[in-house]
Design a protein around this ligand. Structure first.
Ligand code: DAH
Length: 352
């Protein structure tokens, strides 16, 4: 058995020192590649451990049993130390790599930029609040509609010329059993929610009277320009009761105008045409500079619409209006071009 340069004492003492030093060295290693190297040096063929093992054949049988057991234990402890350290370093390296590769998503917050609801969402919610404050409830309907809800029940039969007023986006339905092409579409207005609400009220037996507002997204085959977007938003109002009149409609619109825009603004109705109302009117709202701005349409619900929804027009009457939410936001915030709403320019969005 070869001896170490500074007298290592008995082989058992030397083994104890080898383990103590080895464990300390392993604990001090900082990188996985260095640990591999050290492991080889402590446990490999040319390690001191191996040469002590090779010396076993030169010792007496008694000593051999004792030394053999000590060797076995020493190897075990060193292997365990290397394995434990390997795990620690691997975990630390993974954590380190994740930390380096992660994006700091709080960076923007740190600079004081906090997100908020889009101006259209804010307008939508404010409008809902105003109407709920006036005693209305909110009703919704699907964006993919059938021809019947979007047109036919609203007194627009297939041949009706007013259909060209709504540039409709139809959905291809090939493969959908029982549905023909030109029957499924993206709703062109929120008026089909009127129909759905009246039908539901009758079916479920809770109305009329009906007082609902129906906000939602609508679609038209339009190219985006300063005053049109192919996807935009409307809010529809519907009242059905006994003996309601055009004066109730005008009064409701005026009350809404003051609640939403302020007491100094006023509304007016101009005669117009919509297939689902008779009589019909355009709604204008006065501007601070004295001009008038058109915000939507309204009228007394047409008897054919009430009839399609299972209501007797001799007993019930109703009024309705539909406003463009985007247009209301445009007026309220003095925005020049509707496309600003969808261009995602932070400088624009931050102001509102
Ligand atoms: N649906 C119409 C449109 O999109 C707007 C409208 C007009 C709605 C008159 C109404 C109404 O409820 O009575 O152009």
């Amino acid at each position: 058995m070869s001896s170490a340069p500074d007298d290592p004492g008995s082989p058992l003492e030397e083994l104890a020192a080898l383990v103590a030093d080895g464990v300390a060295e392993v604990a001090a290693v900082k990188r996985l590649d260095q640990l591999g190297e050290l492991g080889g040096r402590l446990l490999g063929k040319r390690s001191r451990l191996s040469s002590i093992r090779a010396g076993l054949r030169d010792v007496s049988a008694d000593e051999r049993a004792e030394l053999g057991a000590a060797l076995h234990e020493a190897r075990g402890r060193l292997e365990q130390a290397v394995e434990d350290r390997r795990r620690e370093l691997a975990r630390a390296e993974t954590a380190d790599r994740l930390a380096r590769e992660s994006l700091d998503l709080t960076e923007e917050l740190g600079r004081g930029r906090i997100g908020h609801a889009h101006v259209i969402t804010q307008t939508w919610e404010r409008l809902e609040d105003v109407f709920v404050g006036m005693g209305f409830t909110v009703a919704t309907g699907p964006e993919v509609e059938t021809d019947w809800f979007n047109f036919e029940a609203l007194n627009l039969p297939p041949s009706h010329p007013a259909r060209s007023l709504w540039d409709t986006l139809y959905l291809r339905t090939d493969g959908l059993e029982g549905v023909d092409d030109e029957q499924l579409l993206l709703r062109t207005h929120t008026s089909p929610v009127q129909v759905r609400t009246m039908l539901r009220a009758v079916r479920e037996g809770w109305g009329p009277p009906i007082h609902v507002v129906c906000p939602g997204r609508v679609y038209r085959r339009d190219t985006a320009d300063a005053t049109h977007l192919p996807v935009f938003h409307q809010i529809e109002m519907l009242v059905v009761d006994r003996h309601v009149t055009m004066a109730d409609l005008a009064g409701t619109i005026e009350e809404f105008t003051k609640a939403y825009f302020g007491a100094d603004l006023t509304s007016r109705l101009r005669p117009s045409y919509f297939p689902f109302t008779e009589p019909s009117a355009e709604v204008d709202i006065s501007q601070p500079d004295g001009s008038w701005l058109e915000v939507g349409g309204c009228g007394m619900v047409h008897p054919n619409v009430l009839g399609a929804c299972g209501l007797d027009p001799e007993e019930w009457s109703g009024f309705a209006f539909g406003f463009g939410i985007d247009r209301l936001a445009k007026i309220r915030h003095g925005i020049g071009d509707l496309r600003e709403f969808v261009s995602n320019d932070v400088r624009f969005l931050e102001q509102l």
